[in-house]
Design a protein around this ligand. Structure first.
Ligand code: SME
Length: 164
């Protein structure tokens, strides 16, 4: 496996996605361990884009009900558990679709893990069409995520999906 990510600092965000995709695929390589892959995934995105917070919440049933439980992440400490259909993450899970939030204060039920988070994108990660985790990215800038980000990030989460 490749062990470093090389992205030019002066590249645009869209160029960075293009440069990152093959490098991340090589970084994950043939590794089957989910925790290792999720940890390197979030570290690579943090290193490339400097997002304020990036992490996975995994669907688990260790409390008698299905809920999202915090997984590997980069950034400030965050909420541990999220109920189905609650917050942006729970809604992306329930609706099985990507959610882009321009202004978190305008999203009903948004869960504020940090007051510095201003906009957010959440992508479901699926196994056999079922959501098994979500990727959550928070920005400290308003309106930081576009449909293009959604499209490009989905190509990145597909690297996780194909290894599940
Ligand atoms: N804002 C998320 C909660 C997770 S934190 O942002 C890390 C939500 O509303 O689901």
């Amino acid at each position: 496996m490749a062990e470093n990510i090389l992205i030019k600092n002066d590249a645009t965000r869209m160029q960075k996605y293009g440069l990152l995709l093959p490098q991340l695929d090589a970084l994950l390589g043939n590794e089957k361990d989910l925790t290792a892959n999720l940890a390197n995934f979030v570290a690579a995105l943090k290193e490339t884009f400097g997002f304020f917070w990036i992490g996975f919440y995994l669907v688990k049933n260790d409390s008698g009900k299905d809920e999202l439980v915090l997984g590997p992440f980069q950034g400030p400490v965050a909420c541990t558990r999220i109920t189905f259909n609650k917050g942006v993450c729970g809604k992306a899970w329930a609706d099985n679709k990507i959610i882009v939030v321009e202004d978190v204060e305008k999203f009903p039920g948004h869960i504020a893990c940090s007051a510095l988070s201003k906009s957010e994108i959440v992508l479901p990660v699926r196994k056999n069409h079922e959501v098994v985790m979500v990727l959550d990215i928070d920005s400290d800038k308003l309106n930081d995520f576009s449909e293009e980000d959604a499209e490009q990030l989905q190509k990145l989460t597909a690297l996780i999906e194909k290894r599940l």
